[in-house]
Design a binder for this molecule. Structure first.
Ligand SMILES: [Zn+2]
Length: 667
């Protein structure tokens, strides 16, 4: 997952049918009781003999008695513009209690953020009767249904209420407009307790609004179009594959083939036809991205790959990875506007890398068997951190950004981490350990609270790793060799190979022997206070500040003004202060997040007025006077600052070889 975090605006349990452990036992218990009673066992003896007998009977029961069920799912998305999705399910069941789950821990979102509050219209039927149900008192994502004896199937109805007004966030954020929608299967289904996600089979079908087209990596059995409405029948798929395979649909949808063998394409839905009319160089750069990524890893782990890209100002903006696709969402002009393209250039490279790093190779404690078991985020410094670094490398190698633009972006990353005083109390490891909560932290107090900084900080750290490999091997090896060993051949379909901290250290040592355990232990536990700049400096570059914002600076982005490295304010164009940096001039003067800048040195605030005042005050002695509104009260704060404007850049250190250019060069 990415984008929120990469924006500088700161923006098994396995029980096979032959085994008799946890889940299968639970399923066979009711059958055993019936069987034992039929055999004349008294109820008193029953409880004593049940344990042993269950094992015996489980062993002699035919395989069908414990075979994982096949669920039929129909989703009616024809009301997507109203932002409501209807679903019906047929779930095999037997008399007694049927426990169903609504997916809670969403893969790639690393948090228990399944949108259960948006689950509505929930009803269950069997044998022509409406069934009673109740939510579990300890887990709101668990539903218990009373199934009458003799029934073999439960029919369920549910609606998913997609956000009606704009909501940021991830896949549960705004996802539907008048012209397009993204369907995330986890939002429109339930699944029965007792099975791993890869054991349950789902036969899904989907009805689309009239004349809407679609794109998805999920294999299709047939499509049927009547009166303009399309109904798609998908091939039976394991639940984990279904949830991993969203559908993008819309009136304006463009398919651009990027590569054959395996088929790699972009399926782009937009709020207008004009938004799809990008210049040829854009498609050329994405073709380069596929080629450069294949070279980096030396193999792939998918059948086909679909970049599912949403272009809309009315959907949440983020990126979410899948094995055979990504769900990435940017503004409507995200492809046709050069400035917007630049600011979002590394989004698709990041999500594409995840097919290898995150989906194929995944931390063992993030690879949970279903969507209810909590995920542990401690290795996100590999899952997300390495992905973020490789995403920047591939953005440069593919030409999505020039090397100068990529260096400017890296300088911003270094500057942000170098001005994060929260590093003094929260180390890098804790930003990962606390990620399920930090993903939803407010922007205010970011520099002191810290957020999911493993994206940015590990871009610096994995660059450092790349530089050490190149130095230790005297230029013979690089991070590319690590990617070949860790993520590479042989090519496979979607597969999962889990890893631990030790596996990462061992693979690095296979590339070049070094104290990698010590390196990463130090990087994960130190408290700075400054940013880890060993990679940038070792690559022959250094961070400097001058009065000219780079073209990658958030100040050049609409609605933002960048005075973070001068007076320590994060400011929106309208004067709203989103954050202040503890220890820097604005905070020392008494200004805090949530206040609003009204005037600068007696003149009404505008970004130009503030920049001019910073420039005029350089080298002087008079304080910068800021009139600020705070909870209906106005106050003038005197900011003791005389350093002028300050924006970060990278400049060459001629005393060292230029490794960064080698890293960014296309292969
Ligand atoms: Zn990511």
């Amino acid at each position: 997952m990415g984008y929120f975090e990469v924006a500088h605006t700161s923006v098994h349990r396995r029980c096979t049918s032959a085994s008799f452990g946890c889940y299968s036992l639970e399923y066979c218990t009711k059958d055993v009781v019936v069987l034992l009673l039929a055999m004349g066992a008294s109820k008193m003896k029953l409880s004593r003999t049940l344990g042993v007998a269950c094992l015996l009977v489980c062993l002699i029961l035919p395989a069908w008695a414990v075979a994982p069920p096949t669920v039929t799912l129909f989703v009616d998305a024809s009301s997507a513009p109203r932002k409501i999705f209807h679903a019906t399910l047929k779930i095999p069941a037997s008399g007694g209690e049927l426990t169903l789950y609504y997916p809670k821990w969403i893969p790639g979102e690393h948090a228990p953020d399944g949108p259960v509050v948006d689950l509505a219209g929930l009803k269950f039927f069997a044998g022509g009767k409406t069934l009673k149900w109740r939510r579990d008192l300890l887990d709101g994502f668990t539903i218990h249904v009373d199934v009458p004896a003799g029934e073999s199937e439960v029919n369920a109805e549910l609606d998913f209420l997609s956000p009606a007004t704009f909501e940021a966030g991830f896949s549960a954020g705004s996802s539907a407009t008048d012209k397009m929608a993204v369907i995330s299967w986890n939002q429109v289904l339930l699944y029965p307790k007792g099975w791993k996600a890869d054991e349950l089979t789902y036969i899904a079908s989907l009805k689309l609004p009239a004349d809407w087209k679609y794109g998805t990596p999920l294999p299709i059995t047939s499509t049927n179009a009547e009166n303009g409405e399309t109904e798609i029948k998908f091939q039976p798929a394991p639940l984990d594959t279904l949830v991993d395979s969203p559908v993008i649909t819309g009136e304006f949808l463009k398919v651009v083939k990027l590569a054959d063998d395996p088929l790699t394409e972009m399926d782009i839905a937009a709020d207008s036809a004009a938004a799809l009319d990008a210049p040829q160089e854009v498609w050329d750069h994405y073709k380069n991205l596929v080629g450069q990524t294949q070279k980096l890893f030396g193999a792939h782990h998918y059948r086909d790959y679909h970049f599912l890209l949403s272009l809309s100002d009315h959907v949440a903006h983020f990126g979410l990875e899948h094995h055979e696709s990504d769900d990435s969402r940017v503004g409507e002009r995200g492809l046709v506007d050069e400035n917007e393209r630049k600011m979002e250039a590394d989004l698709l490279p990041h999500e594409y890398v995840h097919s290898w790093n995150g989906k194929y190779r995944r931390p063992a404690d993030l690879a949970t068997p279903d969507y209810q078991q909590p995920m542990q985020d401690d290795l996100l410094w590999v899952y997300e951190g390495l992905t973020n670094y490789l995403g920047t490398v591939l953005t440069a190698r593919s030409g999505l950004l020039t090397q100068e633009q990529e260096r400017d972006d890296l300088a911003l990353t270094a500057a942000e981490l170098d001005h994060t005083p929260g590093r003094t109390w929260r180390n890098l490891q804790d930003t990962a350990d606390a990620a399920p909560e930090l993903y939803f932290a407010p922007q205010a107090w970011h520099s002191w609270r810290r957020g999911t900084d493993f994206y940015e900080e590990d871009t610096l750290n994995w660059l450092w790793v790349d530089v050490i490999i190149r130095q230790q091997s005297k230029g013979a090896k690089s991070i590319d060799d690590f990617c070949h060993i860790f993520h590479g051949p042989p090519s496979t379909g979607p597969a999962l190979k889990t890893y631990t901290f030790d596996d990462v250290v061992n693979a690095l040592n296979q590339v070049v022997p070094y104290d990698w355990r010590g390196f990463w232990t130090e990087r994960l536990t130190n408290h700075g206070p400054g940013a880890p700049l060993g990679g940038i400096e070792g690559s022959g570059w250094k961070v400097v500040y001058d009065e000219f914002p780079s073209e990658m600076d958030p100040g050049s982005r609409e609605h933002y003004i960048d005075v973070a490295y001068s007076i320590g304010l994060e400011l929106r164009e309208d004067g709203t202060i989103s954050d202040t940096t503890e220890g820097m001039p604005a905070a020392l003067a008494g200004i805090g997040p949530g206040m609003k800048l009204i005037a600068v040195n007696g003149r009404q605030y505008s970004p130009d007025v503030l920049r001019a005042a910073l420039k005029a005050g350089k080298g002087g002695t008079a304080p910068l006077e800021l009139l600020v509104e705070n909870t209906d009260y106005y106050k003038t704060y005197k900011v003791d600052y005389h350093g002028g404007e300050r924006y970060p850049h990278l400049v060459r250190d001629e005393s060292k070889p230029d490794l960064l250019t080698q890293i960014y060069n296309a292969k």
